[in-house]
Design a protein around this ligand. Sequence first.
Ligand SMILES: [Zn+2]
Length: 270
Amino acid sequence: MSWFDIGVNLGNERFDVEAVLARSNAAGVSSMMLTGTSVAESQKALELCRQYPPTLYSTAGVHPHYASEFNQQAYAALFALCQAPQVVAVGECGLDFNRNFSTPQQQLHAFEQQLQLACELKLPVFLHERDAFDEQVRLLKKYRAKLVGGVAHCFTGNITQMQTYLELDLYIGITGWVCDLTRGLALREAVKSLPLNRLMLETDAPYLRPKGLANHRKLDNGNNEPAYLPYIAEQLAAICEIDIQLIKQHSYANSQALFGLRKQGNLHAN
Ligand SMILES: [Zn+2]
């Protein structure tokens, strides 16, 4: 069984794709889901999946930063992308009122449209949220009955927010944020009560390189890479005082359960 990294921006210009995948495979991280952040990036992610089968999957969606670009054409383009067997989630979508690169109104519209798309296609959602928790939850509740599921990607919140997401039947995506002894304190506390059957792991590479990586383990290009996923799991195992193998098994099984069900033929138990 491999590790499953549910959040990789493999199309990022900082990456030499072949080299990144070679290092990931060597580290046992051979299943991953590539993040689509716009129509163009979602297209690019799908192309990478086609180029490097069989255990690459992708999302198709418009990140809240780009919500101002969301229109009927974008909806149709995402709808078409989601027909590909490699596309296993709608997103990343959600709300980010921290920087408001798109206005809150535009973000609410784009998010709601993508929730409708996910309901229509019976695909899970890959969710982004920053400084917009209450509005995010309000919209998730509105569509909950028809949504097949989702994951709170790059969750960095506190235990109360985590419980709210768990009550909405969401999975929780844990990144290297959990390795941060200053910014990650609330998260480090929260994960102690995260049930294993709700856990997913992600690097969000090339962003968010985990703190505390030993020098011999990290490249000096400054990037985060999927190859560092096992390090995040090690840190999580230490915080939660559980066996890292349990983390590996559960996070893999959860990822497969949420993203693989409708596209079972594509997921390999390697
Ligand atoms: Zn995100």
